[in-house]
Write a protein that binds this ligand. Structure first.
Ligand code: DGY
Length: 425
């Protein structure tokens, strides 16, 4: 790789080049080949990145994302705008029922938060576009509140819905699924990326079993709630939605729009956060909504408590422990755990966009760890490029290359020249 060691202008130019290269005209792909469609939370980060050099393009990304919203309010995790055989499972396997061919599950609700950051860059230029998006965000958030709560904590119904696909948090509930009976299939991801950096076959079988179940139910949420054996209350889903509610509340007040149910939803999720507190672990944890069991896993999602502005309790001590074990960023899974694998996707690697969200919260709470996390993410990217994720022990790049969200958060947060949102002022 070309040595970009802290030539800030060269790094900024490279990040912009990656975003332009991954632009498919109104929406971006996370990276060519491995992920050739529009992914939900990837797109939200992309919008913020584009807005750094092309504000109109930033808004457009969010508008195209929200145009794929289903009649029930759900915004799918993948939109298949143009069929590409290099990806599996495609639109026919999913059988989404929205206006654009899509998957049938959602993803962490960070788009409203990114919309606020884009809006704040130039409120005059963004007001009308934000007004148009606002009711769509409310409808999406309502869908989560209606279909995804367990004891007022937000659940996922498929590991892909959390974005943290193969996190050890899901090992227990996935093991209960017998995937026999799924049609033979050929994975495409391991043709693009070293299989040691990807989920294992046993996981993939279960991902597809869950897709088939949803497809067979026509993605009817009431039906799925009764039959789906996989339902995990999760800090990623919970903290991102709570933060999204807060940012919508801010935008509503700013633009003189009806904030309707938002204050109640915020109070409900503030209370629900308590049901994710695993006192023995000393951190927020995933809870199996079917069995009531804890995952007993310290993931990077636990450290989004500051971002959500809930009581961190003893989280800072756990953060200090896990940070003492790595050189770069925040590990996606506890480095002291036997399940930790520093290169395998969400079982250890550090993810630049998660680092940004964690640091946003730490900065807002006035904690010094946010600046340190940013500095380590800067070293990570400057030394290793714009990879999908990185080994937190060595910084080695892993997964896909020329990755949209890594480039986007470089431009919007990590770069020493970033015009960061107000949170970091
Ligand atoms: C994949 O294909 O690995 C994606 O993460 C699914 O969203």
């Amino acid at each position: 790789m070309k040595d970009l060691s802290m030539d800030v202008d060269a790094l900024d130019a490279e990040a912009e080049r990656i975003l332009r290269m991954n632009d498919r005209g109104g929406y971006s792909v996370p990276t060519a080949g491995l992920y050739p469609y529009q992914w939900n939370w990837d797109s939200a980060f992309a919008a913020y990145g584009y807005a750094m050099f092309d504000l109109d393009r930033g808004w457009r990304e969010l508008e195209v994302l929200m145009a794929g919203q289903w009649p029930d309010g759900m915004v799918p995790h993948i939109q298949f705008h143009k069929v590409d055989p290099s990806y599996f499972p495609g639109p026919d396997i999913w059988g989404g029922v929205g206006p654009v061919p899509s998957s049938g599950i959602s993803q962490p609700a960070i788009a409203a938060t990114m919309a606020r950051l884009v809006y704040e860059l130039d409120p005059g230029a963004g007001a009308e576009r934000m007004r148009a998006l606002y009711p769509k965000f409310i409808a999406w958030h309502r869908w989560f509140m209606e279909w995804r709560l367990d004891r007022d904590a937000v659940c996922l119904t498929h590991p892909w819905e959390a974005g943290r696909d193969n996190a050890p948090d899901w090992d227990g509930p996935l093991a209960r699924i017998d995937p026999s009976g799924i049609a033979p299939y050929e994975r495409r991801d391991t043709g693009h990326v070293d299989p040691s950096m990807r989920p294992k076959k046993a996981d993939y079988d279960r991902y597809l079993w869950l897709v088939k179940q949803g497809h067979d139910c026509g993605w009817d949420q009431a039906h799925l709630r009764d039959v789906n054996p996989f339902r995990m209350a999760d800090p990623t889903m919970h903290f991102t939605l709570l933060r999204g509610h807060r940012d919508l509340m801010w935008l509503g007040a700013e633009l003189g729009l009806d904030t309707g149910p938002l204050p109640d939803w915020i109070a409900q999720l503030e209370a629900g956060a308590e049901t994710l507190w695993n006192a023995q672990l000393g951190a927020y944890d995933c809870r199996d909504a079917v069995t009531g069991d804890w995952a007993d896993a310290v993931s990077n999602a636990a450290f989004l408590c500051w971002y959500a502005r809930v009581d961190p309790k003893t989280t800072a001590a756990v953060y200090a422990r896990v940070q003492s074990k790595v050189q770069f960023g925040v590990a996606s899974h506890d480095p002291d755990s036997p399940a930790f694998e520093p290169k395998r996707y969400w079982r250890g690697p550090t993810w630049a966009m998660m680092n940004m969200l964690i640091a946003m919260g730490l900065d807002e709470a006035g904690r010094p760890e946010g600046a340190a996390l940013r500095a380590s993410t800067v070293r990570l990217i400057a030394g290793n490029g714009f990879a999908e994720y990185f080994d937190p022990l060595t910084g080695a790049p892993a997964g896909g290359k020329d990755f949209t969200w890594t480039a986007a958060i470089w431009l919007g947060w990590a770069s020493p020249k970033a015009r960061r949102g107000r949170w970091a002022a």
